[in-house]
Design a binder for this molecule. Structure first.
Ligand SMILES: Cc1cc2nc3c(=O)[nH]c(=O)nc-3n(C[C@H](O)[C@H](O)[C@H](O)COP(=O)(O)O)c2cc1C
Length: 438
């Protein structure tokens, strides 16, 4: 069945289910609940939600959020089917999110990291408010890359997912955006910051910051092509933050719904530190919500960046691989609540889960462990014995080696900040919460 008509029939089915469910099930605002690890702030699973931040409150015909199979006709199954699979619902939910007074927290897109399996794991730890896919490569002959679609069609997070595009071909960009809009995405994000040579050599991603006329044309084309939110993720310039004076008017022209700004130039790659003054300039210079990104490695840093930049929210990348509790911790810090720091054992459990989900059996044992090392490289630096952990981690050859590594370094109940060199005592002392800090 063509995608569009399949979605249409799902909508009518879904609306029927929704009206049936409404007649005997109460609806209340979505609440936070314990996640599968029993601690921290959790997100309710996608199947427990039916519309903009609402959660079904069932009697007890079946167990919500348990992950167990449910008998036919069970309310849980009807809820699963009631997911409306077009972009309209997630887009509306994302738009509502951008209007809320509390800062929004997003997981940064990371090529080869933020795939379906990773989103599934991280969202179980009280994850982000919204997610962005790895970039869909767009060129004259491109088709939608199926593996990336899984984050959208089987969205494991229960939160809005935005599809990111990278390319420079106007026609192909419009075609891809229109095609993606047929899937349940919350918006289209245009990549205007990627510094990777493979992207920049094709004069896409961050390289486009040297061709603002083309950027102007691309954003105009995208704005016309889609009715859902249009966002941009960019850097403070190609060579220097002085280029913002020319970039901001171009971005301001296209009624963007949100801009994410990484406080580095393209030339810097990941060197140096993020420039929060430049991010603050972007916040002041654009009429849309601006999300700050770059080097946010802990809840105190998150509060500092929000204060320094007055950004509408934060996007966190590498530190979230190391510390999937970071989103929940940041929310706790924003509310002035005590923070949950995971114990060594909890971190080990996270790593075991990450291994199981991200290294499918078909890879074979050696490739599985080699694939897992890419995550360890991000995680190791936040651990107390970082150098030894990484040295031994990089030499693992089997799953048994991983178990031995975790037993050696993380088999304890001591709390960890997962910020390089920061003890829990010092971290707690430095958290300063002020009401109305935004
Ligand atoms: C491995 C890796 C892959 C990335 N892939 C993407 C990408 O596909 N699209 C994008 O816009 N940014 C990408 N980025 C940049 C991040 O989204 C983010 O802007 C950057 O890491 C800075 O944030 P952080 O300091 O919180 O990690 C990537 C970064 C890393 C480390």
């Amino acid at each position: 069945m063509p995608v569009q008509s399949e979605f249409r029939s799902r909508i009518s089915l879904s609306l029927w289910h929704f009206s049936q469910l409404n007649s005997y099930i109460g609806i209340r605002r979505k609440v936070t609940e314990s996640n599968s690890f029993g601690k921290g702030v959790g997100k309710v699973a996608a199947r427990d939600e039916i519309a903009d931040g609402f959660e079904l409150v069932t009697g007890a015909p079946c167990q919500a959020s348990s992950g167990v199979a449910h008998p036919p006709g069970c309310v849980e199954n009807m809820i699963a089917e009631s997911t409306i699979e077009t972009s309209a619902q997630p887009a509306a939910r994302f738009k509502a999110m951008l209007c809320q007074p509390e800062p929004v927290l997003a997981l940064a897109p990371m090529q080869d990291i933020t795939d379906y399996a990773f989103l599934k794991v991280i969202s179980g730890f009280g994850g982000a408010d919204f997610y962005v896919t790895e970039y869909f490569r767009v060129h004259s002959a491109s088709t939608i890359q199926r593996p990336f679609l899984r984050c959208i069609t089987e969205n494991p997070t229960g939160q809005p997912v935005i599809a990111q595009l990278a390319g420079r071909d106007l026609e192909a960009i419009a075609r891809t955006a229109r095609e993606l809009q047929e899937y349940p995405i919350a918006g289209i994000d245009f990549n205007l910051g990627c510094p990777a040579p493979i992207v920049c050599r094709k004069r896409a991603g961050g390289a486009l910051l040297r061709e603002l006329e083309l950027v102007d044309a691309i954003l105009g084309t995208l704005r016309e092509a889609v009715t859902i939110p249009l966002t941009v993720k960019t850097r403070v310039g190609f060579d220097g933050a002085g280029e913002l004076d020319e970039l901001l008017p171009v971005l301001a022209k296209h009624s963007l719904d949100m801009v994410v700004i990484h406080g580095r130039t393209v030339k810097q790659l990941y060197r140096g530190t993020a420039d929060y003054e430049a991010i603050a300039k972007v916040v002041r210079g654009l009429p849309c919500p601006v999300i700050a990104n770059g080097d946010i490695d802990g809840p105190q840093k998150a509060l500092n960046v929000l204060r320094e930049t007055s950004a509408h929210g934060l996007m966190i990348g590498r530190a979230a691989i190391r510390n999937p509790w970071l989103f929940a911790q940041t929310r706790q810090a924003m509310r002035g609540e005590p923070l949950h720091y995971p114990s060594g054992r909890e971190v080990a459990e996270y790593l075991r889960q990450l291994y199981v989900e991200t290294t499918p059996a078909f890879l074979g044992p050696r490739d599985q462990i080699d694939k897992f090392k890419k995550y360890l490289n991000f995680i190791g630096p936040g651990l107390p014995c970082a150098a030894e952990f990484l040295y031994e981690g990089r030499r693992m050859a089997t799953r048994e080696d991983l178990d031995a590594l975790l037993a050696k370094y993380l088999n304890h109940d001591e709390s960890l900040t997962l910020v390089a060199g920061a003890s829990v005592e010092a971290a707690n002392k430095s958290i300063t919460f002020e009401k109305g800090w935004r």
